[in-house]
Design a protein around this ligand. Structure first.
Ligand code: B16
Ligand code: MG
Length: 211
């Protein structure tokens, strides 16, 4: 039976802008410029890996303890932004597609690297559409490792070969394929070259197009 697994940031909601603001505040404090273009490199990447990329851009060295502290500080600021999110921030076309999946009894899961998944799901009301959540609190290996998607399939009792993953990052597309799943890219087809199909967004997208 078909199962749909969704990445969260960049697929269902645009939380990348809040990640950007929070990382930028840290860069400002450390005294270097962090642009929106730099932020592209952090999409789909874990929190600690994101910090390491940021520090590389700013040419700054930190001890492990300082890194923990900086990542914590960023996360506190990030959570203050996402705790004000509303259902209006669900990306266009997403809810119609999720409603269609529900009406057809197609199983759904989240497969996200974020440790803040549950807060975003609550604030936006997305939680009512999902049968299972696999997120950064449950896995130890980040995308492109397939762990988070395999966890999602396992929670639903689905066979990976019946799963279709929706992803906005290259690492996520690779992770889906390594899990033995199909991958639909959300975004730019020149970037998400490895995806089985790329769509710009969910506007007008429906289950017929999947079959
Ligand atoms: P957190 P996704 C990812 O979510 C984001 O794309 C990435 O930018 C972020 O660093 C990562 O989650 C960890 O997030 O700091 O909230 O644990 O795209 O896998 O849904
Ligand atoms: Mg993403």
């Amino acid at each position: 039976m078909m199962t749909c697994i969704f990445d969260l940031d960049g697929v269902l909601v645009d939380s990348a802008k809040y990640h950007y603001l929070a990382w930028k505040a840290l860069a400002d404090k450390l005294g270097f410029v962090f642009t929106e273009q730099d932020n592209e490199r952090l999409k789909g990447v874990s929190r600690m890996k994101s910090l390491e990329i940021l520090l590389e851009i700013g040419k700054i060295n930190m001890t492990d303890a300082e890194k923990e502290e900086a990542a914590d500080e960023k996360n506190k600021l990030y959570r203050s932004y996402i705790s004000k999110m509303t259902p209006e921030e669900i990306l266009p076309g997403v809810e119609d597609f999720l409603k269609e999946l529900k009406s057809l009894n197609i199983k759904t899961a989240i497969g996200s690297a974020s440790k803040n998944t549950s807060l975003i799901m609550e604030r936006t009301g997305l939680d009512k559409y999902f049968d299972a959540i696999a997120d950064g609190t449950m896995v130890s290996k980040a995308k492109p490792d397939p762990e988070v998607f395999l966890k999602g399939a396992e929670l639903l009792g689905s066979d990976p070969k019946d799963c279709i993953v929706f992803e906005d990052s290259e690492a996520g597309i690779e992770a889906a394929h390594r899990a033995g799943m199909k991958a639909i890219g959300i975004g730019d087809e020149n970037v998400l070259k490895e995806a089985d199909l790329v769509i710009k967004n969910f506007v007008g997208f429906n289950v017929k197009m999947l079959r």
